[in-house]
Design a protein. Structure first.
Length: 303
């Protein structure tokens, strides 16, 4: 299947304090396989001070069909309950549909999603939503086995070409150790602390030949789960972009929202969250201090 129209791309990069980081390379040795299966020659490399994974598609010497035309990351018991939006950064040579395949243990499920890569030779954030579409009801607990990334879908295209992957993670707001998505409406009352990521955006995925526009709004999700009598929302530990607190303030008129800038009102929140700089390790700073990758205004930027 080929994409026949241009998708509106998600331009907001995932920040580094998402709840479930599946892979970011920082704890991997240069030159190693980075914990990936031995497909497409996985190799951890350094790119301007940031570790990422380089893979090179090659002919299949035998065994599983086309096994060297995808990257495969064992994800063990990563918590997919509620956090069923996956993002990662990708760089490759061609515009193409890029498929991910989530395999359950013992073949329990084999869910696929496809997103459009549109920036040859440049890093792009790829977004895949498993909360909707086929098998989404099965992806509610731990027990996932492998996340496979097919840069040319399930084909043998691209042989000899390299592609690069970094920052693979599950996204979404968390209350304690529980995904907010899984909570009952109006169940968060009193003082509430949220971690993970809180974002808002649009993208399109496909799994059946048609492109399905998806819009996600974690601020509206939080508003639905908060009781009208909630008094405090502490989001200092969350990664935030496209901040829109109004929906929460409208439902909970007495609530105080606390960000990493302090206790602020709705207008101040929107202003102050647009000028933040973090290192990849999550340290806030006034400005980038050296060459490398930084989170600036909720986006990953190479300096």
């Amino acid at each position: 299947m080929k994409k026949v129209f241009l998708l509106g791309m998600l331009l907001t990069a995932t920040v580094c304090n998402a709840q479930e980081v599946l892979w970011n390379g920082e704890d991997r040795e240069l030159g190693s396989d980075g914990g990936f299966w031995n497909r497409a020659d996985p190799t951890v490399i350094d790119e301007d001070g940031n570790k990422c994974l380089k893979l090179t598609l090659k002919a299949n010497p035998g065994g599983w069909d086309q096994e060297h035309h995808n990257a495969a990351l064992p994800v063990g018991d990563a918590d997919f309950k509620g956090l069923r939006r996956i993002t990662f950064r990708l760089k490759m040579a061609d515009k193409h549909n890029v498929m991910v395949q989530l395999e359950g243990k013992d073949g329990a499920y084999n869910a696929k999603r496809i997103f459009w890569y549109d920036n040859p030779g440049e890093w792009q954030v790829m977004t895949y939503e498993f909360a909707v579409g086929p098998d989404n009801d099965k992806i509610t607990d731990t027990g996932s086995n492998v996340l496979a990334i097919w840069p040319y879908e399930e084909t043998a295209d691209g042989e000899g070409k390299s592609f690069y992957v970094d920052d693979i993670q599950l996204e979404g707001p968390m209350a304690g150790d529980v995904a907010v998505r899984t909570l009952s409406d109006n169940s968060l009352d009193g003082e509430v602390t949220i971690t993970g990521t809180i974002g808002k955006g649009n993208y399109q995925n496909t799994w059946d030949g048609d492109w399905h526009p998806e819009a996600y709004d974690d601020f509206a999700l939080l508003a639905a789960k908060l009781a009208p009598t909630a008094t405090k929302l502490d989001v200092q530990g969350a990664g935030i972009w496209e901040a829109d607190w109004e929906v929460i303030k409208n439902k909970c008129p007495g609530i105080t929202i606390v960000t990493n800038e302090g206790t602020v009102g709705i207008s101040a929140v929107s202003t102050q969250l647009t000028n933040t700089v973090y290192s990849l390790s999550g340290v806030r700073m006034a400005e980038p201090t050296a060459k490398g990758i930084y989170i600036i205004n909720g986006k990953k930027i190479v300096k």
